[in-house]
Design a protein around this ligand. Sequence first.
Ligand code: SAM
Length: 237
Amino acid sequence: MLERFEVLRNAPLDHSPAILEVGSGPHAVSTIPLAYFAGSGGRIVAAERSRWGNFRSIVADSGMGDRIRPVTCDARRLPLRDRSVDLAVCVHGIRSLRGEENIVAVVREMLRVSTRVLVAESLPIARTGAQRAHLAMYDLREKVFSATSGVPDDLRYASLDRLASLVETAGGVVESTKTLEVDLPHFLAHFPRALAEAVPPGDLRESLLHRWDEADEMRRRTGTDHPPVGMVVASRP
Ligand SMILES: C[S@@+](CC[C@H](N)C(=O)[O-])C[C@H]1O[C@@H](n2cnc3c(N)ncnc32)[C@H](O)[C@@H]1O
């Protein structure tokens, strides 16, 4: 949540009392900072397909529940009217959209319901050993999840240029791009070796296990830090 605070502190949230958040996830880690920055008059529509987890209790504990409205939906078809919010954001959610076609469809919907969008996502950049250790483990996730569940979740991070170009393909006019060093640890890429062991036998499994061992060794040596975060702000023409 501290990392989300840092990202959103650098976002153009001024004069945006009505905000749509796409892919809010089970822990409200971006929703709470959004509600905080939006202030007492702010309203956050938190759109999530299915993974609500502890969302409701975390929001209640935050004391800002009256600013947050959770909505279960597929963000490719948002149940909101055209231009009904001031800003639509997707923070660290691009990775969960299972492919570029969906990313474009979701951003197009964000641009329909809002005049402005913000997309923030980690970048495949490592300036330190600890960031390299994060990427080494994170980069295995898409392949492991695809091979074990058939679903390409946790897509590998795209470059900032690629993110901006996907936003343009969705019809957005890019106003600004930014690369932000958040300077925080990031342990969440780590996953148990048993998941990689569940990949069907073959060259892919051997290579993933070998890379998992290397990534785990890097983590032990350096710890893991958050990579830089790319931010794209765009508007509707
Ligand atoms: C990485 S998670 C949480 C991101 C969260 N904003 C954060 O800051 O950590 C992304 C979420 O997007 C949701 N999601 C994926 N595809 C979606 C879609 N088409 N519509 C709505 N939510 C979606 C997933 O269920 C997941 O909970």
